[in-house]
Design a protein around this ligand. Structure first.
Ligand code: ATP
Length: 444
């Protein structure tokens, strides 16, 4: 693979192994044999995950006057899920193979009469399987104390609509955004983190008048595609819009933004026109007044346009899009070139943005000062072990856009060498100019 090839089937295996080796993503509870559908983000993974969250939040909340933030609980009143329809309808059809005992999600079976694992046709009847995860709240473990881990992060946004509006004095149209965990008892978790049982969603519910809601929906669709193009470097050939064939009864329009993964096209984000369903249902079930009253006293149930994206899927899509293997010169004995694995991550989300690499341990004191100076502004790493070539390769594999080498000349000329991940070109820059250099190259 001299260039990135997202469609290559072996890419997934390579990524899973890279993620483990370099501390991006680990299987949850690995020492107990793992736990299907659960993943932990390691030291570099958590840095990149937070950077992705921050990038989304900056674009969706901080840089906008019409969107407010929220951080609500994972468990809320059980009635919420009755009102939202999740208890009745949030299910997938499943069936079991009576021979090999594999459980299938029916819509994922190419032939619904044949087990994909052992090819048997001895299958159980298809039945509904609710994806909500249950727990008990309070000291009594009975039906009356069942609560649910939220299956989507957006419901508490609707519950807080009126409070947020009053506290912020927003007028229609405006949005409320939230980043948080969601839980689904997926029948068949698979494709690494793509389908997990615990995952993070980044959702924004935009409240507007019915008359302008289709324009709003179009606007957000374009806005989100622009985000992927401009902020995450997704090209048009790796993204496509998938129109929903079957709309929810309350919805006017719905599309998914899909991206190319090594296992095929997969949904990354949904842009949904949800009508007045959510607010109307919570008003009905709670008895609270959730209507919007304008300056003239006219009452309206707001119409909702939603943008809903999985953070873990975004992380995975960025990894797939950034992975490159290429021939590069090496100093290894008996070899002129070697395969260089490099993650060409956007600099704004790379786990390490600047690696400070002193050429000798004797330079540690000065190099550490330099590290401390930069670490307040950027995600930095200090590494003094191993040959400089090996240290560069290690940084390439975690996608570090810039390595700064501090050498003996640095003590004299107060300058360091900056090595660019993508071009491998090196420039000498005075340390007094470093912050300006990185401000230009790292701030998105
Ligand atoms: P799918 O059809 O893939 O099951 P969905 O249509 O049920 O997804 P939504 O309910 O619209 O998904 O959720 C919004 C976003 O949350 C999805 O676009 C996806 O990025 C993310 N998401 C949903 N389910 C999972 C999951 N099991 N693991 C990781 N991310 C998920």
């Amino acid at each position: 693979m001299s260039a990135n090839n997202i469609a290559s089937p072996e890419l997934m295996e390579k990524l899973v192994s890279l993620c483990k080796r370099r501390g991006l993503i680990f299987q949850s509870s690995e020492i107990y044999g793992g736990f299907n559908g659960f993943w932990d983000y390691g030291p570099y993974g958590v840095r990149m995950k937070r950077a992705l969250e921050n990038l989304w939040w900056k674009n969706m909340v901080d840089c906008r006057m019409d969107v407010e933030g929220l951080d609500s609980t994972i468990i809320c009143h059980p009635k919420v899920w009755k009102a939202s329809g999740h208890i009745e309808q949030f299910s997938d059809l499943m069936c079991d193979c009576k021979d090999c005992k594999t459980r299938h999600r029916v819509d994922q079976m190419p032939d619904q009469t044949v087990c994909t694992n052992c090819k048997s046709t001895n299958l159980t009847e298809q039945r509904e399987f609710n994806l909500m995860m249950k727990t008990y709240v309070g000291p009594v473990f009975d039906e009356d104390h069942i609560a649910y881990l939220r299956a989507e992060s957006c419901q508490p946004i609707f519950l807080n609509f009126q409070q947020v509006r009053i506290a912020t004095r927003q007028k229609l149209p405006f949005g409320i955004a939230q980043i948080g965990k969601a839980f689904r008892n997926e029948i068949n978790p698979r494709n690494f983190t793509f389908r997990s049982r615990e995952f993070t969603q980044m959702e924004m519910e935009y409240f507007c008048y019915e008359e302008t809601s289709m324009e709003t929906w179009e606007y957000w669709k374009n806005e989100r595609i622009r985000f992927y193009r401009e902020k995450l470097n997704f090209t048009d050939d790796m993204m496509r819009i998938h129109e929903h064939e079957k709309l929810a009864h309350y919805a006017k329009a719905a599309v998914d933004i899909e991206v190319k993964f090594p296992f095929g096209w997969g949904e990354l984000e949904g842009i949904h026109h949800r009508g007045t369903w959510d607010i109307a249902r919570h008003q009905e079930f709670s008895g609270a007044d959730l209507e919007y009253v304008d300056e003239n006293g006219k009452r309206t149930i707001p119409t909702v346009v939603e943008t809903s994206v999985g953070l873990d899927r975004t992380f995975l899509a960025v990894l797939c899009n950034s992975y490159y293997e290429e021939e590069a010169a090496t100093q290894k004995e008996g070899k002129e070139t070697d395969v260089r694995v490099v993650l060409r991550l956007p600099a704004t989300i790379a786990p390490v943005q600047v690696a400070v690499l002193p050429i000798s341990k004797k330079l540690s004191e000065n190099a550490q000062k330099l590290y401390q100076d930069l670490a307040g502004s950027y995600r930095c790493e200090y590494d003094v072990t191993g040959s400089i070539g090996k240290r560069y390769r290690r940084q390439d594999e975690i996608g570090t856009p810039f390595c700064v080498t501090f050498d003996f000349d640095s003590l004299e000329d107060n300058a360091v060498t900056i090595r660019n991940r993508d071009t491998m070109a090196q420039v000498r820059v005075n340390t007094t100019q470093l912050k300006a250099y990185f401000a230009e190259h790292l701030e998105g």
